[in-house]
Design a protein around this ligand. Structure first.
Ligand code: UGA
Length: 430
């Protein structure tokens, strides 16, 4: 099949490459010339394991191209996939400007029957807006479909090539058949449904996962008070298939470009229909509070943070990515600096993005190694569970630190590893 994917962010780039790898002819389109030039010269603008190799392979095979020319790629394709961003507006609603602009450009360029797919995360009813924007420009017959994306950063390629499900929301039997055929190589579970349900499935899935995280974070907070171990509690809960054992890792709260944005958007979608989504509002509130538990624990250990040096391991919102969007590390570091503390920070991949994204006081120093951070710090906080950190022995950490204080915000160490150290060790819910 001939496919155009419009938008070369995480979703667009990864899905475009995976469609190409399945044998389709794919053109990835972006209006940012610089990005397209980078991609055409073999430079991948985001870090994602396995992505560069797959891009190189499919470019070499001639199945994958990059261009800024939306008009021509629309004309040349059977399927056009909209995968542009839907960032949050100040009130939490999704900003649909990019989606609407692309719909308009498709409407101007469309020259024959096409299937227009929205992969961007969009509020219920958006595909109907896309349809009406295109119809306003042309008499050409086309179908629209909502095919939401469920990939995770850090394992995006594997998630796409081996999807647990593909959801196709469309009113057209023909489009459903074509899109089912396209996605057959990626999954055994294809759900064909109506457009509005498909749009809702995406938000409901992310909101449910966020709810699981906030739930286990609250259980962890209670475990700390009653002397239970949240790891055992999560294990015991997870054996029940109705609960499942994934997404029950407590920590410093969820971050990233999806859960914070999508939970707020769903609260707004419900609110616009005069429905007060109380549960999801609490999930968001719990998540915001969870970040500050690190500061509370630091104050318990150090009393006053004035002129104390706090080491930070991990800036990315999760491991295996350089993405710092809505990373809990930012708020935590800011709160330490606001209390008069000094910060030394290290992340294997995300330092440059963190520096570019956040403006912080001059009291933060970025280090080249995890060791440099720990040396002479009054306390060390682990904020991202990079494997590199879990391979460092706590005894070694103790030797490096000025004062033996360790706050493990991601529970990367266990009792056995800590045995024999004199570290004052705080984790989450244990
Ligand atoms: C998330 C969803 O998992 C994907 O299914 C979805 O497609 C994607 O959003 C999206 O909407 O595009 P992602 O944001 O890449 O994917 O990352 P996750 O692995 O879900 O982690 C999100 C946050 O939750 C991270 O900050 C992580 O540290 C935190 N988390 C996750 C926990 O604190 N505990 C857990 O048990 C799991």
């Amino acid at each position: 099949m001939k496919i155009s994917v419009i938008g070369t962010g995480y979703v667009g780039l990864v899905s475009g490459v995976c469609y190409a790898d399945a044998g389709n002819e794919v053109v990835c389109v972006d209006k940012v010339q610089e990005k397209i030039e980078m991609l055409n010269s073999g430079v991948v603008p985001i870090y994602e394991p396995g992505l560069k190799e797959l891009i190189d392979k499919n470019m070499e095979l001639g199945r994958l191209k990059f261009t800024t020319g939306i008009e021509q790629s629309v004309k040349d394709s059977d399927i056009i996939i909209i995968a542009v961003g839907t960032p949050s507006l100040p009130d939490g609603r999704a900003n649909l400007d990019f989606v609407k602009n692309v719909a308009n450009e498709i409407g101007v360029s469309i020259n024959g029957y096409k299937i227009i797919v929205t992969k961007s995360t969009v509020p219920v009813g958006t595909n109907e807006i896309v349809e009406s924007i295109i119809s306003a420009q042309t008499d050409v017959v086309f179908d629209v479909a909502s095919v939401p994306e469920f990939l995770r950063e850090g394992s995006a390629i594997q998630d796409t090539l081996n999807s647990n499900r593909v959801v196709i929301g469309t009113n057209s039997k023909y489009a459903a058949d074509v899109l089912s055929e396209l996605h057959k190589p990626f999954t055994r579970n294809i759900l064909v449904t109506d457009i509005r349900s498909s749009e809702m499935i995406k938000y409901a899935s992310n909101a449910f996962l966020a709810t699981k995280i906030s739930f286990i974070n609250e259980i962890a907070n209670i475990c700390e008070k009653v002397g239970a171990d949240v790891t055992q509690v999560a294990l015991g809960m997870g054996y029940d298939h109705r609960i499942g054992n994934s997404f029950l890792n407590p920590g410093i709260g969820y971050g990233g470009s999806c859960f914070p944005k999508d939970t707020q958007a769903l609260i707004q979608i419900a609110g616009q229909m005069n429905y007060d989504f109380k549960l999801l509002k609490s999930v968001v509130e719990v998540n915001n509070d969870q970040r500050f538990n690190v500061l509370t624990k630091l104050k318990l250990i150090l009393n006053d943070l004035e002129n104390k040096t706090v080491g930070i391991w991990g800036l990315a919102f999760k491991p295996n990515t350089d993405d710092v969007r809505d990373t809990p590390a930012y708020e935590i570091i800011k709160s330490i600096l606001d209390c008069g503390g000094k910060v030394k920070a290290y992340d294997p991949l995300a330092i440059e993005n963190f520096k570019k994204t956040f403006r912080l006081s001059h009291n933060i120093i970025y280090c080249d190694t995890a060791k440099d951070v720990a040396l002479d710090s009054d306390a060390l906080c682990i904020l991202t569970e990079w494997e590199e950190f879990s391979l460092i022995n706590p005894t070694t950490i103790q030797k490096w630190l000025k004062r033996p204080n360790l706050i493990d915000g991601r529970n990367i160490y266990n009792e056995v590893q800590l045995y024999g150290t004199d570290l004052t060790y705080y984790s989450v819910g244990r």
